[in-house]
Design a protein around this ligand. Structure first.
Ligand code: NAP
Length: 292
């Protein structure tokens, strides 16, 4: 008897299926491009040729494809919807909260339980040190838990189905700055004869302080306490503005420093220069009332 069907065998789906096999689960797999199922079939996963056959044989389905539209395309096929009744669907594709809510409604309409998850890990971390956020109704979360526990450390986010995607989207916004910032910083260092590896090592040395800064920013924004900063928004804004000149003189793209400078400048023009750096949140959107 197959315990779970994994739909989607890209980098992440293959890691998920591999971890489940390694932990002794009987699994079924399906992928649009069939060749990607062959390695798992050789490791005793059942690999039928259609998604309907794969979904029919397990009480639970983990889907991990490119995005929600791709999941919707698979799960809304008329040959498939009736098969979902009474099953548990765990969505591990990434997306935004409105997509998660829409998917949740659709799955529940088919008579299935739904858990919306978000993976905070690289594929190689699945089954060892991945963090998986999970939103869903208590019964769905309780049924999903033994499976998700095999994949990583599970952080239940609650019943609001968009919660896991909301946190994923927030973290992705952070990572976008992190990745672009690192890449630009690497070119800055290289333009002065230093390696990107040295930049990576230097940032790793201050990683604990960066972790503290995230905790601090979270508290500051949550409680709206932007006054009495150790370092002012104006100080950082003026320093960042110098990066435009550095990039121009080293013939680097000025896109990232100009983007960052413009945001800090708008915040200073709004009178926030003496506040915490993260007071730029005030010009990025309204703050709704949230119960703390
Ligand atoms: P990937 O390697 O690009 O694989 C994408 C998968 O989606 C493939 O199995 C592909 O099938 C399938 N797919 C796409 N469109 C489809 C459609 N219309 N119908 C059927 N199947 C379709 O991506 P991945 O790295 O596995 O990522 C999967 C999800 O995990 C994404 O939402 C991603 O954001 C999330 N995630 C990934 C990572 C990571 O580091 N990789 C980390 C966290 C979260 P084919 O093989 O037939 O093309």
């Amino acid at each position: 008897m197959s315990e779970v069907t994994v739909v989607g065998l890209g980098e992440m789906g293959t890691a998920i299926a591999g971890a489940l096999l390694e932990k002794g689960r009987n699994i079924t797999v399906w992928n649009r491009t069939r060749a990607k199922a062959e390695g798992l079939a050789a490791r005793d996963a059942s690999a039928p040729s259609t998604a309907a056959e794969a979904i029919a044989v397990s009480p639970a389905v983990i889907i991990c494809v490119t995005d929600y539209p791709a999941s919707g395309e698979i799960l809304s096929r008329s040959s498939l919807t009736a098969l979902l009744q009474g099953k548990l669907v765990i969505q591990l594709s990434s997306g935004i909260p409105s997509e998660a809510r829409q998917m949740g409604k659709f799955i529940e309409l088919q008579g299935a339980d739904y858990v919306d998850g978000a993976i905070f890990a690289w594929p190689r971390q699945i089954g060892t040190d991945a963090v998986i956020l999970a939103s869903g109704k208590p019964r769905a979360l309780a049924t999903a838990r033994p499976l998700l526990d095999l994949l990583g450390e599970v952080a239940p986010i609650g019943e609001e189905i968009g919660g896991a995607s909301a946190l994923f989207s927030g973290a992705l916004a952070y990572l976008a700055g992190h990745w672009i910032g690192f890449a630009h910083g690497a070119r800055v260092c290289e333009s002065e004869g230093l390696t990107a590896q040295l930049l990576g090592e230097t940032l790793a040395r201050i990683a604990p302080a960066l972790g503290e800064d995230n905790l601090h920013m979270g508290r500051v924004v949550t409680h709206g306490r932007y006054e009495k900063p150790e370092s002012r928004l104006r100080t950082a804004g003026n320093d960042i503005a110098r990066l435009v000149d550095q990039a121009a003189s080293a013939q680097l793209s000025t896109a990232f420093p100009e983007f960052a400078t413009a945001i800090f400048r708008r915040a200073m023009e709004a009178g926030l220069g003496d506040e915490e750096h993260v007071a730029i949140a005030k010009i990025l959107g309204p703050k709704p009332e949230i119960e703390v």
